[in-house]
Every structure is written in structure tokens, then in C-alpha cells.
Design a protein around this ligand. Sequence first.
Ligand code: ADP
Ligand code: ADP
Length: 237
Amino acid sequence: MLEIKELHKRYPTGDPALRGVSLSVPAGQVLGLIGPSGAGKSTLIRCINRLVEPTQGQVLLDGQDLAHAGRQGLRMARRQIGMIFQEYALVERLTVMENLLSGRLGYTRFWPSWFRRFPSKDIQLAYSLLERVGLAGMENKRADALSGGQRQRVGIARALMQRPAFLLIDEPTASLDPKTSRQIMRLILTLCAEHKLAAIINIHDVVLATEFLPRIVGLRQGMMVYDGPATQVDHKV
Ligand code: ADP
Ligand code: ADP
């Protein structure tokens, strides 16, 4: 369960980007975040894992306040937050399997020869996740040989490698065609339901959001202007 309470963010320059946003996402729920450019969507997402420092407020993940966590607490908390990105953020010249295992090292500190030292448990999880995302048998393909949809499937599997409690998903389909976008949305929703994962999806495509997501939060000028079912979202945001 993720709870955000009265979150404020003011960058050193300009107007406040978030002005007291409060919301909670229970386990298993996927919440869609929409709003015009500049509304504060990316800032909100980044405040959750502290890529951006909130000015004020709380971000509670299963009761622990990430907004005020120290270095060590933050590191532990980040392990529970899986990230999925618009441009996939794969290491292009590594294989699918290497990309999955590199997630275990926190994205930055890795060297291919380390992979041999991975516990068989991690490797087993990687194989089972590949199957789950529809990429069985693709483990030795290089990332740069994959289609956009396949890359995002790897991105999703990599996020799940750390067995997160929560997923932050930033415009996952913005680089994909409509048909692939729908497949990816369906996959994300199925996996979140299966693993009781809470998730926030920053999604600019309102049509796609209304088609797939039961709950939508609309942001405008750093404030929540809508929180409810997708069916009534049109004229509100
Ligand atoms: P969205 O993701 O909805 O497009 P953002 O969170 O990127 O919105 O931006 C919200 C507001 O904060 C905008 O006014 C934007 O100009 C401002 N902003 C975003 N990032 C920064 C930054 N690093 N420094 C200063 N202002 C920023
Ligand atoms: P163990 O920790 O003993 O491997 P789990 O019950 O945690 O057992 O996992 C069993 C299987 O469930 C894994 O091999 C994997 O396929 C799947 N699984 C567990 N947690 C997750 C997760 N967060 N995301 C995706 N798949 C998972």
C-alpha cells in the first residue's frame, strides 16, 4: 500500500510543481496518472522514489516514510519499487538475460563476468519471468535486436526481478504502436493483479487510460483535479 500525504514540491526556479497532493494506492491496484504537460506527473513519480526531493509531505510505502528516510532506509525502500520506463532503459549490447540480472545490481554497478556468480534462484526467477512476459527462449538475444514491444517486455520482467511491492511506470507505451501498447497494458495489469502489486502509471494517452485503468487521477498545475473511474474523466481533466 502506497500513501502520499500533502506532498509539495517547489523547484528552486518557477512556480510550485506539486501543491499538496494526497492519494493512496492499495495492493493490486493500478492507478493511472493523467494531465497536461507541466501538470506535475513526472515530479510526483520522481518524488516517490526520491529522484526528486519533495519540499514537504509524506510518501508512505507499507507505513515507512520514504520522504524522510535516511540513506540506508531509502536504499532498502528503493528495492521494493520497480521502475518501468518509456524508453525501456535496457543495456543495448547485453543479452536479455544479462539485462534481467543487471537489475539485481541496481542498474549501475555491473560487469558481465559477474553474471556467472548469480544464485540459481535468481536465474530461475529470470527464466520464469521471461516466460510470463511472453519471451520464452529469447534469453540470449541482444537487447538491440528486439522490437519495441519486446524491449518493454524485458523492461517489465527486469522490474519484477527484485520482487517489488510497488511499480512506478513512466509512459510505458509512449514509444509503441497502438496494438503493441494494448498488449503491454494488458500484460502490466495481469501481472499487477497476480502479484498484488500496487502501481502508478504516468500515461499521456487518455484513450488508453480509460480503456484499461479503473481508477484515474488527474493533475493540473500541481493539484489533483480528478480522482475516480475512467468513465467520467473526459470533461474533468
Ligand atoms: P509533467 O510530467 O506533468 O509534464 P513535470 O512534473 O515535468 O510535469 O513539471 C511540473 C512543473 O515543474 C512544470 O512547471 C515544470 O516546468 C517544472 N519542472 C519540472 N522539472 C523541473 C526542474 N528540474 N527544475 C525546475 N522546474 C522543473
Ligand atoms: P521463492 O522466493 O522461494 O523463489 P516465491 O513464492 O517468492 O518463491 O516465487 C515463486 C515464483 O513466483 C517465482 O519463481 C516467480 O516466478 C514468481 N514470483 C514471485 N514473486 C514475484 C514477483 N514479485 N514478480 C514476478 N514473479 C514473481
